[in-house]
Design a protein around this ligand. Structure first.
Ligand SMILES: NC(=O)c1ccc[n+]([C@@H]2O[C@H](COP(=O)([O-])OP(=O)(O)OC[C@H]3O[C@@H](n4cnc5c(N)ncnc54)[C@H](OP(=O)(O)O)[C@@H]3O)[C@@H](O)[C@H]2O)c1
Length: 279
């Protein structure tokens, strides 16, 4: 299978690229900046993984990568739309450029890359596209509205797209991880530029959120190979794929709570989770 994975500098992208190659597939691993391939190259030693320059927001990168793969192999069997960014901060605190950047990567970049691979998959009469969403695509938390909005958008787009692609033999599935230990909780953890402004009326909420995020990263984030193995399994599974799948215990808990708890109870729990702790 010829597989293209985006966002392979770290986390799920790196692990999925390596796992797919370990299973014998030919993998093109997209990097926002090709100079950051060190961890990938080291982990993928001896495997059929080719790092490629692919900032998903760049039309030139998208077109160049897809054209190169199709020229080399005459086909492209699977796309894993994994690249993504998160952003903390209350909705009112965001500047327009910050909200646009989240949507540029998580929604528009993903949409445009998918569009770029589809003519090849349609001509083949087959193809698999895995969309890496989040439990934040099912339930939005305060202070993470920009991220949740982008993942809700991804979910809506993918639900429609899955129907549209079915007649062409192309499968689309959305995976929705809860918290897993990747760089999104560390090196790539991002706050909006006004989030910690002490004058902001949201400062206590953001401080509460920061503490909650630190607790999640420390105590609840799970082993990310659960996600990469699951994605590799989906790529290889014959027949129709599940439309949406929550991954991880904490993810299931969050989605389960939204499904079963009365809304006032759920909202009380959320407010309590972000309340600054005394001392
Ligand atoms: N880890 C979790 O708890 C969790 C939970 C739910 C969903 N997710 C989703 O999982 C996906 C992967 O995230 P991760 O957890 O593995 O975090 P990560 O380690 O921070 O990986 C994110 C990857 O996306 C890349 N990226 C960012 N902007 C890009 C762009 N414009 N073009 C191409 N690549 C870009 C990053 O590259 P640079 O580092 O070079 O910027 C990095 O390789 C994301 O879509 C995220 O929303 C993660």
């Amino acid at each position: 299978m010829i597989v293209l994975v985006t966002g392979c500098r770290s986390g799920f992208g790196l692990l999925t690229a390596v796992e797919a190659a370990r299973r014998g597939h030919t993998v093109y691993a997209g990097l926002r900046d090709l100079d950051t391939a060190d961890a990938l190259v080291e982990t993928a030693q001896g495997l059929d993984v080719t790092p490629v320059q692919l900032d998903v927001t760049s039309a030139r990168d998208r077109d160049t990568v897809v054209a190169a793969i199709v020229e080399a192999h005459g086909r492209l069997d699977a796309l894993v739309n994994n690249a993504g960014v998160a952003l903390g901060g209350a909705m009112e605190q965001l500047d327009e450029d910050e909200l646009r950047k989240v949507f540029d990567v998580n929604v528009l970049g993903l949409w445009a890359l998918t569009k770029a691979v589809l003519p090849t998959m349609r001509a083949q009469g087959s193809g698999t596209i895995i969309q890496v969403s989040s439990v934040s695509g099912r339930m939005a938390m305060p202070g993470l509205g920009a991220y949740a909005a982008s993942k809700f958008a991804l979910e809506g787009m993918s639900e429609a797209w899955r129907h549209e692609l079915k007649p062409f033999g192309i499968r689309m599935a959305v995976v929705e991880p809860g918290p897993f230990k990747t760089d999104i909780w560390g090196r790539n953890r991002a706050l909006s530029r006004h989030a910690l402004d002490p004058e902001s009326p949201y400062a206590p909420m953001v401080q509460g959120l920061e503490a909650a995020v630190a607790r999640i990263a420390q105590d609840r984030a799970e082993d990310p190979t659960v996600v990469s193995n699951h994605i590799a399994d989906l790529l290889e599974r014959p027949g129709p794929l599940p439309a949406q799948q929550v991954l991880g215990r904490a993810g299931w808990l969050r989605v389960g709570m939204k499904q079963v708890l009365p809304r006032p109870v759920l909202e009380w729990l959320v407010q309590r989770a972000i309340r600054p702790k005394a001392g």
